[in-house]
Design a protein around this ligand. Sequence first.
Ligand code: OGA
Ligand code: NI
Length: 389
Amino acid sequence: MDDEGTAGWPEPVVRVQSLSESGLATIPARYVKPESERPNTNPNKLVVTTKEEKGEEEGGEGDHHQTNKTKMSIPVVDLSSPRAPATARAVSAACREWGFFQAVNHGVSGELLRRCRRVWKGFFHLPMEVKQRYGNSPATYEGYGSRLGVEKGAVLDWGDYYFLHVRPPHLHDTDKWPHLPPDLRETTEEYSREVASLCGRLMAAMSAGLLVGAGGERRLAEAFGGEEAAGVCVRVNYYPRCPQPELTLGLSSHSDPGGMTVLLADDRVRGLQVRHRAGNWVTVDPVPGALIVNVGDQIQVLTNATYRSVEHRVMVNAEEERLSVALFYNPRSDLPLAPMPELISPERPPLYKPMTFDEYRLYIRRKGPRGKSQVESLKAAAGDDDDGR
Ligand code: OGA
Ligand code: NI
């Protein structure tokens, strides 16, 4: 299928899109998840067709044998007054309780959201030989990819992606971005500028809701190394149709390693699931025009776990492909991060040891998505440390 060599990957790269388009009736064994990881809701009911259908597909099938049929959902937060105390309270409550919310009235135009989806769909529908020119390697992950992690023989996810850096400026290299469709680069620049600015507003609200008193709204941005130094990268996920969606996942359970993530989800095809505290998986029903925001591991570390990064995963389906655009807003990558002093007390000692984001992200880059195992391991390390750092 792909005979361009392995470019640093442990095995030849197979594009999931090519597998999907070959029309096979069963998926290769490489994509079959162990039973405990398979989706527990019917992945064939993910396509939003009519209003009436909405809200029927869930409940009763959770990991924990829920018996009531009440549908759980992540909170919706209105950002029309981003600096209002009520907004900070709503953002903060969502970050404490769920680590995930849908933002409405976020200030990014609907036209730009649609354009961004459109250019990236255009890219993934280019002929395979054009896309292959951007094939990535695990050294930086930039470019067109089909796996996360370099462990030989790993079970793979049913999805392809494109990963690129926007900030800091020395990593911003548009030569590594697709040159087609013609308006992709300009649209991606504009989209990432607008969403990074939204992240600045979200950071201020998260911070104000965390720390009372003067200057509280700036503390999280300072802990990131300053707004100018924050890193921004984008991962566009493309999940082709899958003949056996009940056996696999588009993206395995993981928490995002960075600061925070803003996700532009598909407006017609569901797939994202968030793990509730109780252990069950909750399918996100995208609100039209909303952006989905979630806390990453670095904010969990800085807030000493007051805000929590939450496991999430993606289901695929047999009827429709799905596209999502994740923008990762990260701390300056060479800064050792540890819980903020304001959030440490004798009753609440620091849960994490300092670590830079550069060091931290090597884990997911080597091992691939593995739930919350990484942030949990950092916690164990802090506990073992005799000076409590
Ligand atoms: C991610 C992610 C969710 C989705 O890219 O980290 O969680 O719906 N994506 O594609
Ligand atoms: Ni994610």
